[in-house]
Design a protein. Structure first.
Lengths: 345, 345
DNA sequence: TGGCGTTGTGGGAGCGCTCCCACGTAGGCT
DNA sequence: AGCCTACGTGGGAGCGCTCCCACAACGCCA
């Protein structure tokens, strides 16, 4: 265990090679799982690695191999607040689980200003990561296009539009919304309204589509799709309040509401209480997301659950695949949602 | 712009040097802000960097400089669920803000199994990060000691005990609890109970200390500290329920409860409702954390707010300082908490 | 005028890997 | 027997930086 000169203490590849009585190349091949190594050499190298407690130097690897073994998880700062929801931690947990037995590192990148966005673009151009995971992408976000242009592997959580070109993993928003509204109708609700998200978000439009489909396919008595029953929210609680007030004015006879998010449902619930409407007796309510709020509302909110952790896992898996293969085949994955029945309907 | 051979396309230090008409060393000095550079050379280099769009290669830097420019944020997996609270995202936001104009990278490391813990230890030993940020540390966690032993800069969120040796940033749990209970007493409550966290967590003990201090320093009529008014919870909703039931049995005359977390307060609130006690008329309730749950409870829960984002910022700042200076001076920072009054008391 | 420091500078020598070329050596074919 | 193809292997040549030594150029002092 001679520790000569300016040596940092950690064993190097070369030292492993020496100990195993083989060349540097052979050790490298063993580490990287190359098949062109004899069993004898492989065993010797593995023994030497274990004895020395050798851990490859990431930086050297990255420099020589022109890769980084790191992927970035990009979160637009304005969204982080929304992500106080279990949603965010579930996604991260899923990603972490998928990455666990890889030796990929997960870099967390918060982007709050255009300046930081530009800086991150530089990062990308300098190839400081092998791939990028993007959550909460808006339609006008230039980042996905930049990524595509740089031929940087990337996976979005959600999509910007029906024509999304970059790989994505999304939940079945249309199906979830349809199920929620169908449930409301099945329970005998006749005037079912919806509180939507901002129309420039694909996810909001999808949930509205689901609502529309359910309403239109419901047999007689409902009178089909009625725009007066659609109020626009913005995924915030206050937005939910405003929308609910509007709806109450426009259609006082409302007996069911599908809110495109639990937070908006919470806002709507508060307004309903103020207006003296009972939930679910007078007005039934369904949310979307199955967040903690849903469970803690009074009455507990029926909501549409997304397979959040699974989405995280899938995103990571898809990204790793895309990194592994050179050709850039786009993958589009849509995972099923599920209605969680509680007491609000 | 000759692009010879296997060149990756990105300009290198050498190319910048060539363009600026200086040597490699000078460019390096400019980039690293060394003062021993003439203004003329500096200007030339900066121009060349701008023209070429040069971005230093991180891996090469790390390899040559024997550092990584990265810090790890370590989150024990069992905790991630708790961190669905704004707490987690606020901490992250704070860290991100502080790191924004550094070129430190933030690595997210989830640890779920002992195996992964061992692996992370290897990481550390291999010096793949310059420093470590630890959240939600338990008393029996061996990681902080390992970090200390490796002389790896580290900052904990919270502390393991009064004698914590590693640097930490914590909220004033004692003060917050004291304020909460004092408030309860000031509102005329005579029998104020508390639901604690697990006694093997320092944070739980601190909040209990605050409770005790407030009770003991309250003038006559309360009869001082009464162990029958202390029920043990575990920071879960179910634990809050159990504790509340116990309390109701032991001291039916209870008119105030300080729960050491909002989640437990939610559990307690449910039990109180079942028992036909009104909040706050019959029993006043205060939580801790000021989470989303607090705002959404009915009635909205008065709670103790921690300066979460500020804690994140401080953690990052302290860690950067510790990395910058070679000597390992431990820093212990305690940030003030604040009582947020709502409707439950 | 000579010696000394001080300032700015160039560039060699690594950092610890991967890539790849070249070299045995052993087996299969004609 | 001779040749060709594998296979397994060693090690040179980088990857793009930082560190540091050496050296020029310019004062300043005695």
């Amino acid at each position: 265990m001679a520790m000569n000169g300016r040596h940092s203490g950690r064993p190097t590849l070369e030292e492993v090679a020496l100990r195993a009585g083989v060349g540097r190349g052979t050790v490298s091949r063993v580490i990287n799982g190359s098949p062109r190594v004899s069993d004898r050499a492989k065993a010797a190298v593995e023994a030497a690695i274990a004895e020395l407690g050798y851990v490859p130097n990431r930086a050297a690897r990255a420099l020589a191999g022109n890769r980084t073994d790191a992927i970035a998880l990009v979160i637009p700062e304005p969204e982080t607040r929304l992500f106080a929801e279990p949603y965010f931690s579930d996604i991260i947990r899923g990603i972490g689980a998928e990455l666990a037995d890889t030796d990929m590192q997960l870099l967390l990148t918060l982007i709050r200003t255009p300046k930081e966005r530009a800086r991150f673009a530089q990062y990308l151009a300098a190839h400081r990561v092998d791939g990028v995971l993007l959550v909460s992408v808006h339609e006008d976000d230039p980042l996905p296009d930049l990524l595509e242009q740089l031929e940087m592997p990337a996976v979005l959580n959600g999509r910007r539009s029906d024509l999304e070109s970059v790989s994505y993993v999304d939940a079945d928003n249309v199906g979830g919304a349809r199920a929620a509204v169908a449930h409301l109708i099945a329970r005998g609700r006749r005037q079912v309204a919806t509180i939507t998200g901002p129309p420039d978000m694909y996810v909001a439009r999808s949930r509205l589509d689901g609502y529309r489909q359910a309403v239109e396919s419901a047999a007689g008595g409902l009178g089909g799709f009625d725009t007066a029953l659609v109020a626009r929210g913005d995924f915030t609680e206050e937005g939910g309040r405003r929308a609910m007030r509007e709806l109450l004015v426009r259609r006082p006879g409302i007996d069911g509401v599908f809110a495109a998010s639990d937070v908006m449902a919470a806002g709507a619930r508060a307004v309903l209480r103020e207006a003296g409407r009972r939930v679910p007796e007078d007005v039934a309510l369904v949310g979307f997301e199955d967040s903690a709020i849903a469970r803690h509302m009074d009455p507990a909110l029926t909501s549409v659950r997304q397979p959040t952790e699974e989405m995280g896992r899938t995103m990571a898996r898809v990204l790793l695949e895309e990194i592994a293969e050179r050709a850039s085949v786009r993958r589009h994955v849509v995972l099923a949602t599920e209605l969680v029945q509680r007491d609000s309907v």
